[in-house]
Design a binder for this molecule. Sequence first.
Ligand SMILES: Cc1cc2nc3c(=O)[nH]c(=O)nc-3n(C[C@H](O)[C@H](O)[C@H](O)COP(=O)(O)OP(=O)(O)OC[C@H]3O[C@@H](n4cnc5c(N)ncnc54)[C@H](O)[C@@H]3O)c2cc1C
Length: 376
Amino acid sequence: MASNAETAGKRLVLIGGGHAHVLVLEAFARHPEPGLAITLVSRDRLTPYSGMLPGHLAGTYTRDEIHIDLERLAQASGARLICDEAVGFDRAARRVRLKGGGELAYDILSVDIGITPDLSGIAGAEEHALAVKPIGSLLEKWDRLVESALAPNGPRRFAIVGGGAAGICLAFAVTAFLRNRLSDAIEVSLIGAAEAPGINAGMRRRIARALKRRGIAVHVEDAAVSIDGDGVALASGRCVPADAVLISTHAAPPPVLAATDWAKDESGFLAIGPTLQILNDEVAFAVGDCATMIAHPRPKAGVFAVRQGPVLAQNLRRAVRGEALETTIPQRDHLLLIATGDGRAIGGRGRFLAFEGRLAWRLKDVIDRRFMRRFA
Ligand SMILES: Cc1cc2nc3c(=O)[nH]c(=O)nc-3n(C[C@H](O)[C@H](O)[C@H](O)COP(=O)(O)OP(=O)(O)OC[C@H]3O[C@@H](n4cnc5c(N)ncnc54)[C@H](O)[C@@H]3O)c2cc1C
């Protein structure tokens, strides 16, 4: 075991208050590393937990219930929180440039900054749609949408573009929230370019039945090609009329990463190995949606960022102590639970397990609340 002298004066800088970094802070709060100076740079003081986000949009959870207070967490772990944005990385000098004008030097760095929406493939999306990723900026946009929807002549026809798990969750949540407030006067459509990846056939059948039960119109394997004030034009030539469009399609790496000379995958996400270090920089780690484990790529989902948290905490501790690092391989599949907005959920795992009902929703609720209690 390393002595305090080896970690004394070392600077660990965490960029982004994503799912893995909150677990790192929680680990350092439980077991402080004497002499280590930890700094967290985050755009926001509150970070939302993705598992409960659809439940919040549906009106089930309050905003407080789904947010982790980074200031309180930083205090508990003896870290300094800087509410700012990293706008540049100097790998050789081991420095991070901040939007507010400052610079931070580090001995060990970790990056957990999520993704940015990629609207480039859909004409008019920038002007006429609301991008739901990254989730940090979603709630402000959602508040504006709700305000206009509740106005007498507000939008009544909603389209969700993106047929993956997030898009499906969103369609159920939007329907639940708006139907509760506007009765059946609203129409919701879900548009997907392909069948949702990572969702087994049994779950897909249950999801299709639940979408029908909730009156959500579904357009599968028909990509959105353009959006204007009248609605969404699809590749087939059909048009889905809509007054408001939410987009939850694939995402791009945060632009700040483009100028760095860190190793990246073909889409520009940071390329990491099984120790979570960036492939060409042993003092820099990257986790969550902004990174791809090159040998074991997985879909961009919060569950993988959460799983990386404890390993990252351990490896950051080992890196500052100069010890050998642990390796991790992300699981191939994981329990997926999709709330249908009517007190029920659809769950499944791997190729065959699929179930649904009120108990599935209770299970999801218990798992998510248990996660959040760690930060209370
Ligand atoms: C509607 C919806 C529902 C979803 N539901 C689920 C679900 O049920 N289960 C699941 O596994 N996944 C779900 N996802 C996906 C999930 O939200 C993401 O995979 C997850 O948030 C990624 O976590 P992360 O740690 O990589 O980054 P994020 O959670 O996006 O956090 C990144 C943080 O970094 C900050 N940041 C960004 N850039 C900078 C910068 N330059 N400097 C400083 N700070 C910065 C941001 O403000 C943010 O706080 C859902 C997504 C959506 C849109």
